[in-house]
Ligand binder design. Sequence first.
Ligand SMILES: NC(=O)c1ccc[n+]([C@@H]2O[C@H](COP(=O)([O-])OP(=O)(O)OC[C@H]3O[C@@H](n4cnc5c(N)ncnc54)[C@H](OP(=O)(O)O)[C@@H]3O)[C@@H](O)[C@H]2O)c1
Length: 255
Amino acid sequence: MNPKVTDWHRKRVWVIGASTGIGAETARLLLEKGAFVALSARRADALAAVADHHKNALIATLDMVDHATVLEARDKVLRQWQGIDLVLVVAGAYNEMRADTFDLAVANKMIDMNIRGVFNCLDAVLPSLLAQGSGGIGIVSSVAGFRGLPKALVYGPTKAALINLCESLYLDLRPRGLAVHLINPGFVETPLTAGNDFKMPALISARTAAQELLGGIERGEFHIHFPRRFTNWLRMARLLPYRLYFWLIHKGTGL
Ligand SMILES: NC(=O)c1ccc[n+]([C@@H]2O[C@H](COP(=O)([O-])OP(=O)(O)OC[C@H]3O[C@@H](n4cnc5c(N)ncnc54)[C@H](OP(=O)(O)O)[C@@H]3O)[C@@H](O)[C@H]2O)c1
């Protein structure tokens, strides 16, 4: 559904959310594969640790919820590279929440980060990508965006919004020569999931997640989801009628 990537050598990839977890491992893997990698997030020291003095690494700190800093980082990247082949918006925020512990301030923070923050990134990169007529965008959502789940009262809707966004972006951008990738991980061992107090099914390492993510892009996939032994079940559960879906989730999670 997108052009295949057969060689990462000298490809210019901007990874937003590259200081820990899936984004950090994706940045490391891309550097190993010979790409030029711009690493962005808020913490410069953590980004420097990931970049590890690699000659192809460029650090551009930003706060995704602060539009001006996203534009500054974009300008820094474009000054250095004169163009971008792939933007990966990986950063995201997760706070467990159920209806009986609803907290509007925390909800708004998650919405600011997971939705408005992604739009800030789009605003920064769309004009130059459209002018180039080549390159692409990958956005990390989550299988939690497929359907309603317990403990995902706000996180789930923010990720559902990103799934819808990627579908619309694909329809708009693919005819203009750009690639669009929707990336839906299952459970990945990262700081984001470190606080989970339940057994996470089919948990994978951040390294494996990064390999799956880049593998999907290499194959030109629109919908990149992993690990498939888990995500395929959830994809099928999307098709179930509500009565059966609610029963299954209740049974499966005990919640
Ligand atoms: N782990 C999972 O099981 C899982 C499953 C499905 C989907 N996901 C999604 O995968 C993505 C990556 O998650 P992860 O597990 O790798 O989490 P993580 O290790 O917590 O990484 C989050 C990244 O986002 C950056 N970030 C957070 N707030 C930011 C902000 N305001 N501005 C710029 N960067 C910011 C963090 O860097 P700084 O703190 O330095 O800014 C960090 O680099 C997220 O979108 C998450 O929703 C994760």
